[in-house]
Design a binder for this molecule. Sequence first.
Ligand code: ZN
Length: 78
Amino acid sequence: MKPYGDCTYCGGEVVECVQRVDYRLHGQLYILEGVPTGVCQQCGEQFFTADTAHQMESAVTETKGPMETVPIPVIAVK
Ligand SMILES: [Zn+2]
């Protein structure tokens, strides 16, 4: 059973690993820990199952407060 299928961008194999991911909701950036993520072995694109996407949203909307808050550097390329 392959929950992610092949990469929709390059057709590469998508393998699940649990990692820290950036997540944006209503313009606010969050960093979520321990997220099961499908990662394309060719291009590195990340995929989430519908279940995981739902859990990520609940985690953010129902949290009683973050584990920690980190400053995020903002850098202009041009
Ligand atoms: Zn890919």
